[in-house]
Design a protein around this ligand. Structure first.
Ligand SMILES: [Zn+2]
Length: 70
């Protein structure tokens, strides 16, 4: 039982501390962040596709892409 609790605590901790990367388009009309760089929502990107952390994307007031975050 104790081992299970430690395993769960470790899993919760690693999920929390892991840096999740997302992809954004630097074009001025872009408002979303994407899970994958090959999302169809990024295909008509007028700027460049940039890999940043989820925290950074949220700081930039980006919302989750409706195509890759269903
Ligand atoms: Zn997307």
């Amino acid at each position: 039982m104790k081992t299970l609790l430690i395993t769960l605590a470790f899993l919760a901790f690693s999920a929390f501390s892991a840096q999740q990367n997302v992809y954004i388009c630097t074009g001025s009309s872009s408002v979303a962040y994407h899970k994958t760089s090959d999302c169809s929502g990024l295909r008509n990107c007028k700027g460049t596709v940039k890999k940043i952390t989820l925290q950074e994307a949220q700081k930039m007031n980006r919302r989750a892409c409706k195509i890759c975050y269903k």
